[in-house]
Design a protein around this ligand. Structure first.
Ligand SMILES: O=C(O)CCC(=O)C(=O)O
Ligand SMILES: [Fe+2]
Length: 259
């Protein structure tokens, strides 16, 4: 998978641009937009695709070069979805949730975001971020560091802690939806990516979610005698909220909180 991601981003721009996001669409190849001279710039290109269930796929946006890309993504997607399901099952066990499907259902659908961060000239490095601080507005993220260049940082005690890439390892990020379902017992992790002055960097996030037609809200079994701290909303309503917000810390969690 790593090799396919590297080869895709190394293609000529025109070839990648043929997979560009369509107006109103979320899938495809795109760049971060500059909306003001003051903003910290996101220095990244990305390719976003829906992968599971297979009926959600828009295959004309899946790269045909490198020629191994589609098959590789297909098998990667299945394997990573299985791992996500197992991790969610283990969380349910740890939390004492009897019906594991209350959490494993968060692996029902899957999307991937491949990120490419070019090296950033020294002169701009203070004003640039690879990816602005955010928590993933999903159930569970499994993140593959495609290149060995560090850049990911997580929020810890008000500061930023670098996460060193381990060869062959996936990084597991608790997403906002798990924070909601567990009524805040498990907190979603705020993170960002910084740029490197000399080397390009690539990563691939695989996001897992519940299906449309279901609801996200604190699990009764976890809330118990306490008060629910988050609203319950349909997955459709939640998805609308996500796509109408920009990457901004844990802002989606603020919108979900009951004050
Ligand atoms: O590049 C990284 O390490 C982080 C990527 C990320 O946070 C995301 O795609 O949501
Ligand atoms: Fe993220």
């Amino acid at each position: 998978m790593k090799r396919n991601v590297m080869e895709f981003f190394a293609l000529p721009l025109a070839e990648k641009a043929a997979l560009a996001q369509e107006p109103g669409g979320v899938e495809g190849y795109g760049q971060a937009f500059v909306v003001s001279e003051e903003q910290t710039l996101d220095w990244a290109d990305m390719l976003f695709l829906l992968t599971q269930p297979p009926s959600y796929r828009d295959l004309h946006l899946w790269p045909s070069r490198p020629s191994t890309f589609k098959n590789c993504l297909e098998s990667y997607s299945v394997e990573v979805q299985r791992v996500a399901g197992e991790l969610l099952g283990a969380m349910a066990e740890n939390l004492g949730v009897r019906d594991h499907s209350d959490l494993t259902r968060l692996a029902a659908s899957q999307s991937v975001r491949m990120n490419y961060y070019p090296p950033c000239p020294e002169a701009h490095v203070d004003r640039m971020l690879g990816l602005s601080p955010h928590s993933d507005a999903v159930g569970l993220t499994l993140l593959l560091q495609v290149s060995p260049v560090p850049g990911l940082q997580i929020r810890r005690n008000g500061g930023w802690l670098p996460v060193t890439p381990l060869p062959g390892a996936l990084i597991v990020n608790v997403g906002d939806v798990i924070e909601v379902l567990t009524n805040g017992k498990y907190k979603s992790v705020e993170h960002r990516a910084v740029v490197n002055t000399r080397e390009e960097r690539m990563s691939m996030a695989t996001f897992h979610n519940g299906n449309f037609g279901t609801t996200y809200g604190p699990l009764k079994e976890i809330v118990g005698e306490e008060e629910p701290r988050y609203r319950s909303v349909s997955v459709e309503e939640y998805t609308k909220l996500v796509f109408s917000s920009k990457l901004d810390g844990k802002s989606i969690m603020d919108a979900m909180k009951i004050n």
